[in-house]
Design a protein around this ligand. Structure first.
Ligand SMILES: [Zn+2]
Length: 458
């Protein structure tokens, strides 16, 4: 799709909206910090991955060839603790949550990243990076592991705009673990590594710290410098700050050209967090009778850098709006098939407006309002409106194409509808109403239009 204006993104490091200009032209690498698989993801976590999906779709829409990666953190303090409490081996414990996580993404219509590295598969790469950091004196050995020496990094904490940068070369309490020597709490979880103190009987056994995992996986799967690094706002410090410190100390190159962060979802009155005991999962949303795409639609209602307050009422409004949108698409399809049956041409005026909105740091609330504006604009042939909206949906990802498929009506419902038509024809409105009620119970509504009765799925 031709660009009407250059793509602009809010870069956390630059603290402003700046043009997105990858040096390799049309090739882009992007990395999203993925889930720690120790519990079902809550819908606030899932927002990060839906927004990441919107960015990937936007880059592709803009003509870029995207190589995307999202890791799975399958070893860290939380996964080890969880697996021991559950009495399961680490892999068996994390696998179940990983499966749920990817099933959630699929039902939210989030496309899988091209590369999904697992931390436990890149331990060698982590060890290699730690060896370089030790050799360059960016790391040192302490009693319980290998630590990163943040005092040695000029400008440490720039991403988070930390004020209290270490001012001397003493090891500070903020130094973080690159490698943790095995202790009893780790149980069966450990890898061989050429670190440690043989006198303390800790040689050769340990596990990585969380931050080094991402640094090593990014380098292994996408290279020393990537174009776009994404994650939730909670990762700016310490996680991303420490990724930068480690990676750049090893390679001497910037880790990422652009840093992009996604805001939280709050519950009314406070943060949504497992520790607060107020999390909502996608399974909860489905159990309340909502489709996962209603949640995706709800996420479209705010800019990705805006904190959102979740409520069931707000989700219900989104579910109703999505249904209305699907019905409008189905209506356009009916008109197109029955009257015109023509292949449409995208409407340039609206494509340009939509592109302006997404190129402005992915302003999806405006982009969504343009969809509704077009639906209410009757200056265009329905097949053109339809094809334009389906083009928009390449970014929105609401699976609107499904609304263009003919409704598969069960034969008993078709019979009820035929009987109702007969009853109406015979003036037996009591019976017609009763049949309408039966159709509703079967999960369909009837609209009486000038073209005859029309069924919709409830
Ligand atoms: Zn990460």
């Amino acid at each position: 799709m031709a660009l009407t204006s250059p793509l602009q993104i809010y870069d956390t490091l630059a603290r402003g909206v700046i043009p997105f200009r990858p040096p390799a032209g049309k090739k882009v690498t992007m990395y999203t910090c993925g889930p720690t698989v120790y519990a079902p993801a809550h819908i606030g976590n899932l927002r990060t991955f839906v927004v990441s999906d919107w960015w990937r779709r936007t880059l592709e829409w803009s003509g870029y060839q995207v190589e995307s990666a999202m890791n799975v953190t399958d070893v860290d303090d939380k996964t080890i603790k969880g697996s021991r409490e559950a009495g399961l081996p680490l892999a068996g414990f994390t696998n179940q949550y990983e499966k749920t996580f990817f099933a959630d993404l699929e039902s939210l219509n989030v496309e899988r990243s091209d590369i999904v590295p697992h931390a436990t598969e890149y331990i060698k790469n982590m060890i290699e990076m730690i060896k370089v950091l030790l050799a360059k004196d960016f790391a040192y050995q302490a009693d319980d592991g290998i630590y990163f020496r943040i005092a040695k990094v000029k400008g440490y904490g720039a991403l988070a705009q930390l004020k209290n940068q270490p001012s001397d070369d003493k090891e500070t309490p903020s130094d973080f673990a690159l490698w943790k020597f095995w202790d009893e709490a780790d149980g069966e979880v450990s890898w061989e590594a050429p670190f440690g103190d043989s006198l303390a009987n800790k040689a050769g056994k340990g596990r990585p710290g969380w931050h080094i995992e991402c640094s090593a996986m990014i380098r292994a799967v996408l290279g020393d410098t990537i174009d776009l690094h994404l994650g939730g706002t909670d990762l700016i410090f310490p996680h991303h700050t420490n990724e930068i410190a480690q990676s750049e100390a090893v390679t001497g190159q910037p880790l990422a050209r652009h840093w992009l962060h996604i805001a939280f979802v709050n519950m009314a009155g406070g943060k949504m967090a497992k520790s607060e005991g107020n999390t909502i999962t996608l399974a909860d949303i489905i159990n309340h009778g909502f489709s996962p795409l209603a949640y995706r639609y709800w996420l479209l209602s705010a800019h990705y850098r805006t904190l959102m307050n979740f409520s069931w009422d707000a989700l219900e409004s989104s579910a109703i709006a999505l249904k209305k949108l699907q019905n409008r698409i189905a209506d356009l399809t009916t008109v197109q098939h029955s009257v015109l049956d023509k292949v449409g041409t995208p409407i340039i005026e609206y494509l340009n407006k939509f592109t302006e909105a997404i190129n402005n740091d992915l302003n999806l609330p405006v982009a969504l309002s343009i969809v509704w504006e077009l639906l209410d604009d009757h200056n265009f042939a329905p097949e053109n409106t339809l094809v334009t909206i389906l083009e928009f949906d390449k970014i929105l990802g609401l699976d609107l194409i499904s609304a263009t498929q003919p409704l598969a009506i069960p034969s008993e419902v078709a019979q009820l509808l035929a009987d109702r038509e007969s009853a109406r024809g015979a003036g037996d409105f009591a019976r017609a109403d009763s049949l309408r009620q039966q159709i509703t119970t079967a999960g369909y509504t009837v609209d009486d239009t000038s073209d005859g009765p029309k069924l919709r799925k409830i």
